[in-house]
Write a new protein. Structure first.
Length: 70
């Protein structure tokens, strides 16, 4: 019997990441684009957690959060 939850969450987080990335590029309002960027980063963080890669997760979150503060 194969696990059902793992593929479901993978496709769910991938869909959210792709959809929010498209929204981030197409919105004209910079606030909406920044909110879509946050959703994209959180979805990709969830994907890194599913891969059991906490170092990449921490590095990515630290790098992108410091860059977006500038």
């Amino acid at each position: 019997m194969t696990p059902v939850a793992t593929p479901f969450f993978f496709y769910f987080l991938s869909g959210i990441a792709i959809l929010s990335a498209i929204i981030m590029v197409t919105k004209i309002n910079p606030v909406h684009s920044a909110l879509a960027l946050i959703v994209t980063l959180l979805a990709s963080a969830g994907l890194y957690l599913m891969l059991y890669a906490p170092f990449i997760l921490c590095f990515m979150q630290a790098a992108f959060s410091s860059c977006s503060c500038l």
